[in-house]
Design a protein around this ligand. Structure first.
Ligand SMILES: Cc1ncc(COP(=O)(O)O)c(C=O)c1O
Length: 403
């Protein structure tokens, strides 16, 4: 892929620090934003900075139309026909919390998750266990990072109300076999929530064909603004759920003692919303579609195998997940024996402006259960280049000699 024209769209990639370009390999944390998304956010503040739906003036009409348009684009992006199934949230975390708080769980219900979930898909269930008395079952993963499907099938029983899984892991980049998992859950009468934070930026998702019940993701990982995300939910399920954040904009009317909630999505979007974020997210969807998921995947594979294969040959380096880079999406997450992961990350930044993430990547449970202190994670996206991979490898080889 000649990605130079795309690279030109990203202001941060035109910048330097200490006379050197920035090598941004922290895309699983958040991606960079193209000028079109920044312009869409600016456009709201510069031209139509008003509230949706409340006021009878031109600016309010403009922002109402733009936000509505964004919701429709997101529905189309997920291949669902009803835009009312798109709830705007702050991020993936809020989407999962919304289901955990609003779904009518009863004591003794079971929620299944995997053994390598991001804290955002672990803590909400731990809290629901404390609050309501649900049980949380942990499905083991096998060495290639996929779920142990035999074990999963054994764990499905009539008490399992929900299976809530990270679709693509931020730990090793592996995407689980969602179709099979959803079919087995539905056969058992269980619903499925997918944490698609690391999937939506990298692959086309057809929520209707997958028949997934809930799907959560964040704008900032798909070139959209910070502080905006989406929870998709099947409309009949959303209709039955009570909102957990309530107040302005959620009700059709109220009296001193009662209220009548609006239908979804309004009843879940309490208070004035992040209109600039919503509009910017629509622009991010446009940009993603302009680049195209085939091109994104091809470039990620090229970079991941170039980086992964060279790293795997180096002494003291151990990469998480499958050997085949094509199965790791954009992620190369590794440990360096006898070296401190934070020190490696700091040196990469200091020597060559290489941005990576170090630590336990919000999957503390996985690291702690295996006695691993932490790792260094390089996460790649379509605007990264083989030249940047070379800078990384050259710098890392120098660092290996001193850590
Ligand atoms: C797999 C996964 N799930 C959930 C999250 C939480 O996303 P957010 O912080 O945007 O809510 C992340 C963030 O890194 C993630 O990688």
């Amino acid at each position: 892929m000649n990605n130079q024209s795309f690279r030109d769209d990203f202001p941060v990639l035109q910048e330097e620090r200490k006379g050197k370009p920035i090598v941004y390999f922290d895309n699983a944390c958040q991606t960079l934003r193209p000028a079109s998304v920044i312009a869409a956010v600016d456009g709201y503040y510069l031209h139509s900075s008003a509230c949706v739906g409340r006021s009878n003036h031109k600016l309010a009409e403009e922002v109402t139309r733009d936000c509505d348009d964004s919701r429709s684009r997101l529905a189309k992006f997920l291949h669902v026909s009803k835009k009312e199934e798109i709830i705007f949230t702050r991020n993936t975390t809020e989407g999962i919390n919304l289901v955990a708080r609003s779904f009518d769980f009863k004591k003794g219900d079971v929620v299944l998750i995997s053994d390598k979930e991001h804290n955002s898909n672990l803590i909400p269930w731990q809290m629901t266990a404390k609050r309501v008395g649900i049980e949380v079952g942990i499905i083991p993963t096998v060495s290639d990072g996929l779920l142990d499907l035999d074990e999963y099938r054994k764990m499905l029983n009539p008490r399992v109300k929900l299976v809530s899984l990270g679709m693509t892991s931020n730990l090793d980049g592996v995407t689980i076999s969602v179709r099979e998992i959803i079919q087995a859950a539905h056969k058992n009468g269980s619903l499925v929530l997918l944490d698609a934070a690391q999937s939506v930026p990298h692959m086309s998702i057809d929520a209707r064909q997958l028949d997934v019940d809930f799907l959560a993701f964040s704008g900032h990982k798909m070139m959209g603004p910070s502080g905006i995300g989406v929870l998709y939910g099947k409309y009949p399920l959303l209709e039955k759920m009570e909102p957990f954040l309530v107040g302005g904009e959620t009700v059709a009317y109220s009296t001193y003692s009662d209220c009548h909630f609006l239908p979804p999505p309004e009843k879940f979007e309490a208070g004035l919303q992040n209109y600039a974020g919503i509009i910017g997210l629509g622009a991010a969807v446009d940009y993603l579609q302009k680049v195209g998921f085939d091109a994104i995947r091809k470039q990620e594979q090229l970079l991941n195998s170039a980086l992964g294969s060279r790293l795997a040959e180096m002494p003291r380096v151990k990469i998480f997940g499958p050997v085949d880079a094509a199965l790791r999406g954009g992620i190369v997450n590794f440990t360096v024996e006898k070296a401190d992961h934070h020190q490696v990350a700091i040196m990469l930044d200091q020597v060559a402006n290489i941005a990576v993430r170090s630590g336990q990547h919000c999957v503390h449970s996985w690291f702690n259960s295996r006695g691993i202190a932490g790792s260094v994670r390089a996460s790649l996206y379509f605007y990264n280049t083989l030249a940047e991979v070379d800078i990384f490898l050259e710098t890392f080889q120098k660092i290996l000699k001193v850590v």
